[in-house]
Design a protein around this ligand. Structure first.
Ligand code: FRU
Length: 287
């Protein structure tokens, strides 16, 4: 690598079907634009794990100087990512982790803490009791696992019951379908905790179609200004928790690696709660 002073960064994105990932790529592109030596190669796996494995292998074969990867699923991406790292390519893993330690650095928010903060908020607004529907992100991805475990810690010791849970795979249409089942099964729902804002929005649409949206609260995660934060302003969601993309930090880290600086194994990004009372700037900070 390093031809003619250029810094070639290959980015393997697991999908661009969700606004949050479009934002991540935009953040990477905006940060790279400030450094004319950077050349970006973007790959979109269209939510197909096998395609993403192939993309990682292609970027390694192209001998990119730094590999960025936001993996769809932890286990299947571990091997190709580890091989890139073993081949001497610096690897920056973003948002969803791989297994083990064969990468240079991981950049992302602490999903366990975000889940716990969501659980604590829910415990407070429900007065310590009620029936909750949990719509999980893909449970073969680390944020889904952590957002679930953290939430359960947050509501621990209360009389809040997770009365229905399903894996909606991060997808709004899946969330809507699962919520239809929850609505059919439960005569009373106090709150829906969805692991991302598209999921929370899908649940809201299902509840509204059943004429039951006023019966319950809706909580999501991501808090993009034009998505979750706007849903809160419109009264569709009651809360959302920010999930920074790390795109800018990834580019800055790639530049540090190029300069020969040592980078930490993990760079943890902060989060923040957004509710109507918190306003546009957000409320409680989660570090
Ligand atoms: C987008 C997304 C986000 C979520 C993140 C978790 O694909 O589902 O909504 O916060 O991935 O990795």
């Amino acid at each position: 690598g390093g031809k003619g002073g250029k810094l070639v960064i290959g980015m393997s994105q697991c999908n661009l079907g969700e606004p949050w990932r479009v934002q991540m790529n935009a953040d990477i592109a905006a940060a790279a634009k400030e450094h004319p030596e950077i050349e970006l190669i973007f790959k979109d796996a269209q939510n197909d794990t096998l395609k993403q494995r192939a993309h990682v292998e292609e970027l390694v074969a192209q001998k990119v100087d730094v590999l960025l990867v936001s993996p769809k699923e932890a286990q299947p991406l571990t091997e190709p990512v580890g091989k890139a790292f073993d081949a001497g390519i610096p690897v920056i893993v973003l948002d969803r982790a791989v297994l083990g330690e064969r990468y240079t650095t991981f950049i992302g928010a602490d999903n366990k803490k975000i889940g716990r903060a969501a659980g604590e908020w829910v415990k407070k607004v429900l007065g310590g009791k009620g029936k909750v529907v949990e719509l999980k992100g893909l449970m073969t991805s680390t944020p889904g696992q952590d957002r679930s475990a953290g939430f359960r810690e947050g509501i621990a010791g209360s009389e809040i019951e997770i009365a229905f849970e399903a894996d909606m795979k991060w997808l709004e249409p899946e969330a809507r379908k699962e919520m239809d089942s929850a609505l059919a099964r439960l005569s009373k729902i106090d709150l829906v905790y969805a692991h991302n804002d598209p999921g929370a929005h899908g649940a809201y649409l299902a509840a509204r179609a059943a004429g039951r949206e006023k019966e319950m609260k809706f909580v999501g995660i991501d808090a993009l200004p034009h998505e979750g934060v706007s849903y809160v302003e419109q009264g569709i969601l009651d809360a959302t928790f920010q999930y920074p993309t790390g795109g800018r930090e990834a580019v800055e880290t790639a530049l540090r690696i190029r300069k020969g600086e040592a980078v930490p194994k993990r760079i943890t990004l902060g989060s923040r709660r957004f509710t109507k009372e918190d306003g546009k700037k957000g409320g409680e900070v989660i570090e």
